[in-house]
Design a protein around this ligand. Sequence first.
Ligand SMILES: Nc1ncnc2c1ncn2[C@@H]1O[C@H](COP(=O)(O)OP(=O)(O)OP(=O)(O)O)[C@@H](O)[C@H]1O
Ligand SMILES: [Mg+2]
Length: 251
Amino acid sequence: MNAYPALAVRGATKRFGAVLALDDVDLEVHHGEVLAILGDNGAGKSTLIKCISGVHKLDSGEIEVDGVPASMASPAVARAAGIETVYQDLALFDNLDATANFFAGHEKAVPAWLPRGMRWMRRRDMARSSSELLDRLKIRLPEKASTVGMMSGGQRQAIAVARTAAFASRVVILDEPTAALGLRESRQVLDLVLRLRSEGCAVIVISHAMDHVMEIADRAIVMRRGRTVGEEVPTPENRARLVSLIVGGEV
Ligand SMILES: Nc1ncnc2c1ncn2[C@@H]1O[C@H](COP(=O)(O)OP(=O)(O)OP(=O)(O)O)[C@@H](O)[C@H]1O
Ligand SMILES: [Mg+2]
């Protein structure tokens, strides 16, 4: 059992010009825990996870991974610290196929010093492991060799989620992972989250889908206008309270 949270954020503050997107936000998520971040459009959820994953820099505040202070200077730094993220505005490369997207950002899987012939073999390994994983997750793609730009929103999302699962180490962050998905695909993603949790991953899920949150999350924090306004265990009894925290009404 790990004494430290897998991820801790303290006093996170971030401005975009006149907009105070994050205002002194604290967050902790432990190994083997699923934390949901709830909140209306523009509450600051995506900004928070982009600061954690090195896309944006915090104006002030601290981030710790397993108790060790970390400056998330870039997405590569965050990934090296064991944080894998699926962004809401899916960061896939349209001109690449599923396999290449799978390994993007993990290119060191194919060492540049390998002779060309060997690199081709590594590429075949990558194709096999990505296709095994997609099969395991029961994700069906039209044609595995086709470029991602020609796939549907749901297919793209499925690839992005499968990719984080493949490289997950400490923390997996999913920003609206089921928003573009059909029923069957949503089910696969929810099962994947539960599997990551059982493997000791800390999972952060941003979602507007209350039913999904109640099924998979151990804890939910609610953000409004850049601040954390409450925290609840997402149960049917707490649903009304969570909704009122989200919209800002009185309970
Ligand atoms: N790159 C940016 N430049 C300027 N303003 C931004 C940027 N990203 C976000 N914002 C602003 O910061 C605030 C928080 O946005 P954010 O995307 O974090 O909200 P969110 O909670 O993820 O909303 P949604 O549920 O719609 O995805 C909004 O007012 C938004 O307009
Ligand atoms: Mg968002």
